[in-house]
Design a protein around this ligand. Structure first.
Ligand SMILES: Nc1ncnc2c1ncn2[C@@H]1O[C@H](COP(=O)(O)OP(=O)(O)OP(=O)(O)O)[C@@H](O)[C@H]1O
Length: 235
C-alpha cells in the first residue's frame, strides 16, 4: 500500500457562484484533473506565456458537481478509497493520518464530517474502529483503551481545545520523543467508548476554536485543528 494517498474533490457551485454565472475550469477523467485557464475578457491582457491547460494526476480525482459525471463518488466510496487503509494501518500498529486542505468554503468539513444521514470520513473511520475493537474484544483476543486529544495551532501556538483554561491550555510545547517522534507536552487525553463520545468531545473542542470564540472568519485560514485518536491494546 502506498504510504501517502492524495485525492482532490471539486464541490458543486454555491448560490453566489451560480449568481455570478461562474464557469467550471476543472475537468476530471480517471485520476486526471485538468485546469483550463479561462479566456480573458477583451481589453484585459494576461500572461500569454502561461499554458492554457494544465493536467495533474492524483490517486483520486472526485467531481461532486454533477452526480452523472463518471468521476462523481459517494461519501461511502470516499471512505472505501481513503478511510479503509487508514483503519487497516492503525490496526497493524502504524500511526495514520487524514487531513483536508483547501480554502474557506472549499468542502473540507463536508468530506471529513459529512451531513446528517450521510456521514463523511471521520465518522465512518470511527465507526470502523469501534466495530473492529468490539469484534476483537468479543472474541476475547484483547481489550483496548481508546483516548482522544484535540488541539489547535493558531499563530504558531499550540492550544489544547479540550482542557478548561489553565496554564496547560495555551502555548503547549512540541517535543520529540526519541522512539515515538514528535508529541505535544501536557496535551490532555480523554477516554472514549464509542463514536458518540468522540462527537461530544469534537463539539466541545470546536466551541473553543479561535474562529468560534472570536467570531472572526478571517482567522480560519490561520487556524489548524488536529484531532487524534489513540488506541492501545490492554493485556
Ligand atoms: N462534495 C460536496 N458535495 C456537495 N456539497 C458540498 C461538497 N463539498 C462541499 N459542499 C458544500 O459546500 C459548502 C462549503 O463546504 P464546507 O463547509 O465543507 O467547506 P470548508 O472547506 O469546511 O469551509 P471552512 O474552511 O470555511 O470551514 C457546504 O454547504 C457544503 O455542504
Amino acid at each position: 500500500m502506498a504510504s501517502v494517498k492524495v485525492a482532490v474533490r471539486v464541490r458543486p457551485m454555491n448560490r453566489r457562484e451560480k449568481d455570478l454565472e461562474a464557469k467550471f475550469i476543472i475537468e476530471m477523467e480517471g485520476k486526471k484533473t485538468t485546469i483550463t485557464n479561462i479566456k480573458l475578457p477583451d481589453g484585459i491582457t494576461g500572461d500569454s506565456s502561461r499554458d492554457r491547460t494544465k493536467v495533474f494526476t492524483y490517486d483520486f480525482s472526485y467531481f461532486s458537481a454533477d452526480c452523472k459525471n463518471s468521476n462523481y463518488v459517494s461519501q461511502e466510496r470516499v471512505f472505501r478509497d481513503l478511510g479503509t487503509d487508514v483503519l487497516k494501518s492503525a490496526f497493524e500498529g502504524y500511526n495514520a493520518c487524514v487531513f483536508a486542505y483547501g480554502q474557506t468554503g472549499s468542502g473540507k468539513s463536508y468530506t471529513m464530517m459529512g451531513n446528517t444521514g450521510d456521514s463523511g470520513l471521520i465518522p465512518r473511520i470511527c465507526e470502523g474502529l469501534f466495530s473492529k475493537i468490539a469484534d476483537v474484544t468479543r472474541k476475547g483476543d484483547a481489550s483496548f483503551r481508546t483516548e482522544v486529544s484535540y488541539l489547535e495551532i493558531y499563530n504558531e501556538r499550540v492550544r489544547d481545545l479540550l482542557r478548561r483554561k489553565s496554564s496547560k491550555t495555551f502555548n503547549l510545547r512540541v517535543r520529540e520523543h526519541p522512539k515515538e517522534g514528535p508529541y505535544v507536552e501536557d496535551l490532555s487525553k480523554h477516554l472514549v467508548q464509542n463514536y458518540r463520545d468522540v462527537e461530544e468531545l469534537m463539539d466541545a473542542g470546536n466551541i473553543n476554536r479561535t474562529t468560534a470564540a472570536t467570531g472572526m472568519n478571517d482567522v480560519s485560514s490561520r487556524s489548524h485543528a488536529i484531532f487524534t485518536i489513540n488506541f492501545t491494546q490492554v493485556l
